[in-house]
Design a protein around this ligand. Structure first.
Ligand code: MN
Length: 145
């Protein structure tokens, strides 16, 4: 099976989907599913693209993300730090780690994200979680929720 590129970070017969169906806070982001689990590899490989000024949901969960940046650059909140990220960087998001990706440069931020097919639901920050995150003024300035 080959998923052929259609150019410009699109793939033949792969739909460009909404990032998420339901009510979390995010902006200017799409999802394409490139692999949906097969045989002894019960994983999904998705390509997300965040347009300049956009961001993913501020969230945590038990399941792990393995992310590789494929396009552009941006920043990511990982637990308690904000990190610049760019093409070819590989980012592991461990269990129960607050994370948010942002395309805060001039370019889109495109990344592959590998997850288990069966995974727990996303947890959004409570008021208490937010208060804790905001104790760091850099994080307070970074996060969108
Ligand atoms: Mn996540």
């Amino acid at each position: 099976m080959i998923v052929k590129t259609a150019g410009d970070y699109k793939w033949e017969d792969v739909e460009v989907l909404a990032y998420k169906e339901t009510g979390t806070n995010f902006k200017n982001i799409t999802r394409q599913v490139l692999f949906d689990g097969l045989g002894d590899l019960p994983c999904q490989l998705r390509y997300f693209e965040v347009q300049s000024g956009g961001y993913s949901t501020l969230e945590r969960h038990e399941h792990v993300h393995l992310v590789m940046i494929l396009r552009g650059s941006g920043r990511v909140l990982l637990r308690d730090g904000i990190h610049a990220i760019k093409e070819q960087d590989v980012i592991t998001v461990p269990p129960q780690t607050w994370h948010q990706f942002k395309a805060d440069g001039d370019t889109p931020l495109g990344f592959l994200c590998l997850v288990h097919v069966e995974r727990d639901k996303v947890q959004l920050p409570t008021a208490e979680d937010l208060a804790q995150l905001k104790q760091d003024s850099k994080i307070e300035a970074f996060i969108r929720y």
